[in-house]
Ligand binder design. Structure first.
Ligand SMILES: [Zn+2]
Length: 173
């Protein structure tokens, strides 16, 4: 399997000192927090990172993160495919204070005991990149679902007497 090449944890300082790279794919279904937001847990996230120590002795990594995720359409609650393609520029820091000193073009990633859990880092990057609300393109929605979604407080027609038919009955008497 492809993701066997990816470590579960990594020490960014070691990777940066050796100018190593990380390359591989992670199945989306392992991301519990992300999958709770998405319409489907199918698919993979592909990550590529090149590590180095920058001129100010920071441990950094640049690269890309791509995934096709299924977000939830806010009109019909169906799945909308969404292509994520992120350019990553990460700065590894010891704590939140350290993160504040990081130049703004780096996204801070806080290490725990000198290590980073790769899946957690990838999951957070994806969640931050998701659209806040998503819709199908005009007319791309599931029409039945839209009908129900937009009339949730109306009882189905057969349960509610039609006011005009009541009127007709009264007139007939
Ligand atoms: Zn829709």
């Amino acid at each position: 399997m492809l993701n066997d090449t990816l470590p579960k944890y990594f020490d960014p300082r070691k990777y940066a000192s050796h100018e190593s790279a990380l390359d591989g794919c992670l199945p989306l279904n392992q991301f519990k927090e992300l999958c709770a937001i998405l319409a489907s847990d199918e698919g993979n996230a592909f990550i590529h990172l090149d590590f180095r120590v920058d001129e100010d002795r920071r441990y950094i990594a640049t690269g890309s993160l791509t995934a096709q995720v299924q977000v939830v359409c806010q009109r019909c609650m169906g799945a909308v495919p969404y292509d994520l393609a992120l350019d990553l520029s990460l700065g590894f820091v010891y704590d939140e204070d350290h993160a504040k000193n990081l130049p703004s073009h780096y996204d801070p990633v806080v290490m725990t005991d000198g290590e980073v859990i790769l899946a957690d880092m990838v999951e957070q990057e994806i969640i931050l990149a998701l659209p806040i609300v998503a819709y199908h393109e005009e007319s791309g929605c599931n029409p039945t679902a839209v009908k129900y979604a937009s009339s949730t407080d109306d009882a189905p027609d057969d349960e509610k007497p039609n006011p005009f038919s009541i009127l007709a009955q009264l007139k007939a008497k």
